[in-house]
Design a protein around this ligand. Structure first.
Ligand code: NAD
Length: 357
């Protein structure tokens, strides 16, 4: 099969980790007889330096005409003082908007042998996904601050339409159908109208998925349950701001920010990226953990229906960790075999070629 991937290496550790994911994709192509083509796209600080803006149209168009986009990370101190509209993150927002990616999917898993890195004591069996609505809600409503006789008054409007809720609910049920068949819908329906509509629409969608077990949970309780008993969850679906907060909380459960991938999907081209930033403090030292990016590439393959290939990549990461290989962020034991970023990529690529699957 032929596929074209837009590669956004970005800033900081971005080029180092994307290179390792590419190495692993090449191993998948070799093993399964595919042809993967890569188109390099400049976005973020690197594009500001080259073109004076974080995502020029020519670069964006390369993404729009690819099968999927794999991103490292953007940003860094060097561009902190540029005009707000030219900041590296603006490139990312423009990309997400142009791709129409309304669903952000973030898995949280505690890998075998890494339970001791988790701050959660009851960490066994933790393997869940947060499906976050990404293009609606309070972040996209009207924001205003008015001068009144009583002083300044600020407001942020939270809006959701039935259609916006329906399409993200469908993503959640479809995700659960391929997993342990449980959806937990998180809202604040004891207070918010948007949440009451959310709950009504999610229950309507559930009628089309009779074999999926649906439960509702208030967001404050969910924040507590993720710490108390994260193994109870399979798929959590929630609106934009709740998802933003809960997914960062969930990220900590797995033990290292470097391990967690994400996918953002919409109607067309999907965007795949690790959840961390450009880590300028370790950039250029070949110590970054590329696993979050490699697992993002696996999610990319699965969304393109290359299921066996995705499973092979994930299995190779599992074998890598179970054989005691570590990057410095997850090395704690004197018996750990500590590898640099590029050796880590090379080893996982080798395991992809050798993995029994
Ligand atoms: P960060 O995620 O880059 O780093 C936080 C800490 O985690 C650092 O100590 C870093 O060394 C470590 N870390 C992150 N990724 C790692 C990896 N793969 N392996 C090992 N350690 C890793 O967050 P930050 O320091 O707050 O932000 C740095 C820059 O990244 C900022 O300019 C920020 O705006 C940007 N950022 C970009 C994205 C994105 O591109 N999607 C997301 C978040 C932050």
């Amino acid at each position: 099969m032929n596929k074209t991937f837009a590669l956004i290496r970005g800033d900081g550790i971005g080029p180092e980790i994307v290179e390792q994911a590419k190495r692993c994709l090449d191993a998948v192509a070799e093993r399964f007889g595919h042809e993967f083509l890569y188109v390099d796209v400049d976005m973020g600080g690197v594009a500001i330096d080259k073109y004076g803006e974080p995502l020029p149209e020519t670069e964006l168009n390369k993404c729009l005409s690819s099968d999927a986009v794999l991103l490292g990370a953007v940003g860094g101190k060097k561009w902190d003082d540029v005009a707000p509209d030219l900041r590296p993150e603006k490139g990312l927002l423009k990309l997400r908007k142009s791709l129409g990616t309304f669903a952000n999917v973030r898995p949280t898993k505690i890998w075998r042998g890494l339970g001791h890195l988790s701050p959660i004591r009851r960490s066994s069996g933790v393997d869940f996904v947060i499906v976050r609505e990404l293009t609606g809600g309070v972040y996209f409503g009207e924001h205003r601050t008015d001068k009144t006789a009583e002083g300044l008054v600020a407001s942020d409007v939270m809006t959701y339409s039935e259609e916006e809720i329906r399409r993200i609910a469908i993503v959640a049920f479809e995700t659960a159908a391929k997993r342990r068949k449980k959806v937990c819908s998180v809202d604040k329906s004891n207070v918010l109208d948007t949440s009451r509509l959310w709950r009504k629409v999610v229950h309507e969608v559930a009628l089309d998925y009779p074999d999926i077990d649906l439960s509702d949970m208030l967001v404050d309780n969910c924040a507590m349950q993720i710490v108390k008993n994260p193994a109870q969850f399979d798929v959590i679906v929630t609106e934009n701001m709740f998802g933003d907060i809960l997914s960062d909380e969930a990220a900590q459960v797995s033990g290292s920010i470097g391990l967690i991938p994400s996918a953002s999907n919409g109607a067309g081209v999907g965007l795949y990226e690790p959840i961390h930033g450009s880590a300028p403090d370790i950039a250029g030292r070949d110590v970054a953990d590329p696993i979050g990016t490699i697992l993002s590439a696996a999610m990319m393959l699965r969304d393109l229906d290359l299921n066996k290939e995705a499973a092979c990549m994930e299995k190779a990461v599992e074998t890598f960790l179970s054989e005691g290989y570590r990057t410095v962020d997850i090395a704690t034991d004197s018996e750990d075999v500590v590898l640099g970023c590029s050796e880590c990529g090379k080893t996982i690529a080798r395991l992809i070629l050798e993995e029994k699957i």
